[in-house]
Design a protein around this ligand. Structure first.
Ligand SMILES: CC(C)(COP(=O)(O)OP(=O)(O)OC[C@H]1O[C@@H](n2cnc3c(N)ncnc32)[C@H](O)[C@@H]1OP(=O)(O)O)[C@@H](O)C(=O)NCCC(=O)NCCS
Length: 166
């Protein structure tokens, strides 16, 4: 995984996320646009918790200068694999970095016995949809995605429009 790759003029490699990457990863997510929503679980405590479960599925792409230019949070729940928070720095897009991050996560999931990978993507996120379709993902048109907040004050906050997106 830590092999250096060259695309256009950039040399980069994939490696596991470590907490020292937090600021760069948080910046990537906050600059990613509407396709990616920052949630309470994206705070350092949430990411540290994630690392206690399956740190081998939380990957970054870094350049030879140590700049983190891509990230993916893979997850394995024992039945399905999940892909979350894939993002690539704007200046490094269309160089195959997201493709490599997804491929490495799929490989790690396969090694755990995972037979199917799911993800959620905003319907308006055309670039991500193009990417995932190009990698063999298909729309699950009969599915209604559902969720429930478990954080103590989350439902109260979500009821107030000004607090949305916290
Ligand atoms: C979506 C995203 C991760 C793609 O990253 P990337 O490193 O540029 O993707 P890749 O270079 O691996 O692209 C592989 C293929 O995906 C498709 N693709 C990627 N971006 C695309 C775009 N903007 N428009 C159309 N197709 C696109 C193309 O088929 C591309 O192959 P090509 O470059 O040979 O045409 C990046 O645009 C991003 O960070 N977006 C903001 C965050 C986000 O929305 N994340 C997804 C959350 S679900």
């Amino acid at each position: 995984m830590s092999v250096w790759r060259t695309s256009i003029s950039t040399q980069w490699r994939l490696r596991r996320f470590v907490m020292a990457d937090y600021d760069q990863v948080a910046a990537l997510w906050s600059e990613a646009g509407d396709g990616l929503q920052i949630r309470p679980s994206d705070q350092p405590e949430g990411l540290a918790l994630k690392l206690t479960r399956d740190s081998d599925l939380f990957l970054v792409a870094e350049t030879t200068a140590g700049l983190v230019v891509g990230v993916i949070v893979g997850a394995w729940d024992g039945r399905r694999g999940w892909l979350h928070h894939l993002a690539v720095h704007r200046a490094f897009r269309r160089q195959g970095i997201a493709t490599a991050l997804v491929a490495a996560t799929e490989e790690a999931l396969r090694a755990k016995g995972c037979l199917k990978v799911n993800l959620l993507v905003q319907k308006a996120n055309a670039s991500a949809i193009h990417l995932y379709r190009s990698l063999g993902y298909s729309d699950m048109t009969s599915i209604c995605a559902m969720g429930k907040e478990l954080a103590p004050d989350a439902n109260e906050a979500a009821a107030q429009p000004a607090a949305l997106g916290k």
